[in-house]
Design a protein around this ligand. Structure first.
Ligand code: GLU
Length: 467
């Protein structure tokens, strides 16, 4: 792990794609560079009164659009290189799905299960204060969100702390992924997993691509393995299962399990809560370690944990026909080439897991507009649909029941609008990158980078150099 350079890996993939663009080396170097890197250390007073030094980072990769945007993770893997790589990925991801933000990322190097809730709250609030003091947070500056090891709870603490110092009107937009009653938006928790589902649904609807893989069109009946049952992995798995896919394998921190007939997600989750792990879940075979299931027989492999999981160590053994990169950077550049040359389709992270930031964008819009989506139009829309149904009734024999009217004349509320906006984003962006893939005869990751570089390059060209 120690000589693994994540930021280099991202830049390698960037360089591969840059060859297909018209921009010169200087401009490409500017796009790649991390614009601002903040490294901080602060003391935590633990519950027993002892002091521990906590290390954290926030990287703003690109200021071509503001605010910058990206999650904050709590993990022992956090370091400067990782945070820079993840911030860069955020820039490219936002560009691919046309979310008008620069990329950023933050991280605190802790294992969150080593701390009490009160300690985690103190860490989060102090980190927010440090960000505020250094002008690294604000609705028009830099807007954090949840990531590995953080959730709506931490985002609520961030907002509350920010508000202690700032009385600005749009303060609620300083962070996304918040609890609903603190300015959050319906559908944000599920968003990354939901986006993964929409992305794969679009990919498997392409008859020609499926034929090359020897697969039928559609999600139904496809088998999948998921690595990590956190927020992203769990929701992606749930939507796949709801659409008729079969979950045959799961990897978690304590190990991996397999059952080719399928694993019940709801029961597994209950078991995981009780047993603090997934090993021994009835009806499943325990595999030798937590990465063994990545090599299992399945149609779709969904790495939804951390980076650098598919490497030269296991790439030749991966049997899945589709790799759905729900995590950030799960596949090393070398492993990518091995898996691709074997004929598998890799749906890259810089597109596939963009659902989270897409719905964060909707949340931020809601916060700066100070109005819930659908509030103005929902009832008007319903009344209009009802009028149309009444006209249909007068010109035909058809009479609608109250239940039918309820379904047919339903106006779109926040949840429906968020879901529709997310689906539209994932479908449009897939088709954009798939076109580039065909045009340049490259893989989807390279195509996504080409798409991002083209969009960023034009903006940088128009901006010129200041002063
Ligand atoms: N942490 C998520 C990601 O890696 C979401 C970022 C956001 O919503 O700003 O994409």
């Amino acid at each position: 792990m120690s000589n693994y350079k994540f930021y280099d890996q991202v830049n390698k993939a960037f360089d591969k794609a840059a060859k297909y663009t018209r921009f010169d080396q200087g401009l490409l170097a500017q796009i790649k560079a991390c614009n601002a890197v903040l490294r901080i250390a602060f003391p935590l007073e633990k519950d027993d009164g002892s002091i521990e030094v906590i290390h954290g980072w926030r990287v703003q990769h690109s200021h071509h659009k503001l605010p910058t945007k990206g999650g904050i993770r709590y993990s022992l893997t956090v370091n400067e290189d990782e945070t820079m790589a993840l911030a860069a990925l955020m820039t490219y991801k936002c560009a691919v799905v046309d979310v008008p933000f620069g990329g950023a990322k933050g991280g605190i190097r802790i294992n969150k299960s080593d701390y009490s809730d009160a300690e985690l709250e103190r860490i989060t609030r102090r980190f927010t204060f440090e960000l505020y003091k250094k002008s690294f947070i604000g609705p028009g500056i830099d807007v954090p969100a949840p990531d590995y090891g953080t959730s709506a709870r931490e985002m609520g603490w961030i907002l509350d702390t920010y508000r202690q110092f700032s009385s600005e009107l749009n303060a609620e937009g300083c962070v996304t992924g918040k609890p609903l009653n603190q300015g959050g938006i319906r559908g944000r928790t599920e968003a990354t997993g939901r986006g993964v589902f929409f992305g794969i649904e679009e990919a498997v609807s392409n008859k020609d691509d499926m034929k090359i893989l020897g697969l039928e069109e559609g999600i139904e009946g496809k088998t999948f393995v998921v690595q990590g049952l956190g927020n992203v992995g769990y929701h992606a798995a749930k939507y796949f299962i709801d659409a008729g896919a079969i979950m045959v394998g799961v990897a978690e921190i304590d190990g991996s399990i397999y059952n080719k007939k399928g694993i019940d997600l709801a029961k597994l989750l209950e078991y995981k809560m009780e047993s603090k792990g997934i090993i021994g879940f009835p009806g499943t075979k325990t595999l030798k370690n937590n990465s063994a299931v990545l090599e299992a027989e399945c149609d779709i492999l969904v790495p939804a944990a951390l980076e650098n999981q598919l490497t030269t160590k296991n790439a030749t053994k991966i049997k899945a026909k589709i790799i759905a990169e729900a995590a950030n950077g799960p596949t090393s550049t070398e492993a990518h080439d091995i898996i691709k040359n074997r004929g598998a389709l890799i749906i890259p992270d810089n597109y596939l897991n963009a659902g989270g930031v897409t719905v964060s964008y909707f949340e931020w819009l809601k916060n700066i507009q100070h109005v819930r989506f659908g509030r103005m139009g929902k009832r008007f829309e319903e009344e209009s649909y009802k009028k149309i149904l009444r006209v249909i009734e007068t010109i035909s024999d058809r009479k609608f029941t109250e239940k039918e009217i309820g379904i047919l004349a339903k106006g779109a509320g926040e949840a429906e609008l968020v879901d529709s906006g997310l689906k539209d984003t994932m479908i449009n962006s897939y088709n954009q990158i798939n076109e580039l893939r065909k045009k340049h005869d490259v893989d989807l990751r390279t195509a996504a980078f080409i798409s991002a570089i083209n969009k960023l390059g034009v903006i940088y060209e128009q901006m010129g150099i200041f002063p």
